[in-house]
Write a new protein. Structure first.
Length: 191
C-alpha cells in the first residue's frame, strides 16, 4: 500500500485525511495463480491495483472461446469497469495468471473520494485518460497491424510475460490462433 500512496504523492499533495481514507477503503491481498477475482455474470463491487504479478480480464463467446481483453501488470488497474459504472452484471472475468499482489478497493467508496477530496479528480482523470488511450491503441492495432506486428508490440509492452502466460492467453489477446502464434515465433527466431 505504501508504494501506491507514494505513487499518488508523486502526482498530488495528499492530505493525511485522504491517505487515511484510502487505507480505510482498501486492503492488500495476495492472489494465487488461477484465482478468479471477478466472474462473468456477478455484481462487481471491487477494482484492483496490481502491485506485483499479472492478472487478465477476458470474456467468453457463445461457443465457449475465451478472448483476453487486458493483461494488468505492476501499477495497472483492472476490473470490469463497464459493469461498475453501468451497474450491470459483469461481462468479464478477471483472474490471476501468476501469484500476484493487489490492492483491492471498494469501487463505490473509491468513486466517492472525489467529493471528499477533490484533488483526486486530476489524478483519476489522468488514470482514465491513460486507460482510454490504451484501449483506443489496442483497437486500432487490432484493425491496422499484422499479427506479427501485434506480437512484436505485445513483447515490447509486456517484455517478460511470456515466461508465465500460457500461449492460448497470448493468442487470444492478439486475436490469432495458437498455431499462428507458433508460426510467428518460428519466423522471429529465424531472423
Amino acid at each position: 500500500m505504501e508504494h501506491f500512496i507514494n505513487k499518488i504523492k508523486s502526482s498530488l499533495l495528499l492530505s493525511t485525511e485522504a491517505e487515511e481514507y484510502l487505507y480505510s477503503i482498501s486492503k492488500e491481498k495476495t492472489v494465487t495463480k488461477g484465482e478468479v477475482l471477478i466472474r462473468e455474470g456477478q455484481t462487481v463491487k471491487k477494482t484492483f491495483f496490481v502491485t506485483d504479478g499479472c492478472l487478465r480480464s477476458f470474456c467468453t463467446d457463445k461457443s465457449g472461446k475465451e478472448h483476453t481483453l487486458q493483461f494488468a501488470i505492476k501499477e495497472w488497474w483492472i476490473s470490469d469497469f463497464t459493469a461498475i459504472y453501468n451497474n450491470e452484471p459483469a461481462t468479464l472475468t478477471v483472474e490471476s495468471i501468476k501469484d500476484s499482489k493487489v490492492i483491492e478497493f471498494n469501487a463505490s467508496k473509491l468513486n466517492n473520494i472525489f467529493s471528499q477530496f477533490p484533488e483526486f479528480e486530476v489524478f483519476q482523470r489522468k488514470n482514465l485518460e491513460n486507460h482510454v488511450v490504451s484501449l483506443h491503441k489496442r483497437i486500432l492495432n487490432q484493425l491496422q497491424l499484422t499479427a506479427r506486428e501485434r506480437y512484436d508490440l505485445f513483447l515490447e509492452q509486456y517484455n517478460d510475460i511470456e515466461q508465465y502466460t500460457p500461449n492460448y492467453h497470448i493468442a487470444s489477446y492478439l486475436g490469432i490462433t495458437q498455431q499462428s502464434l507458433s508460426r510467428i515465433r518460428v519466423e522471429r527466431a529465424k531472423k
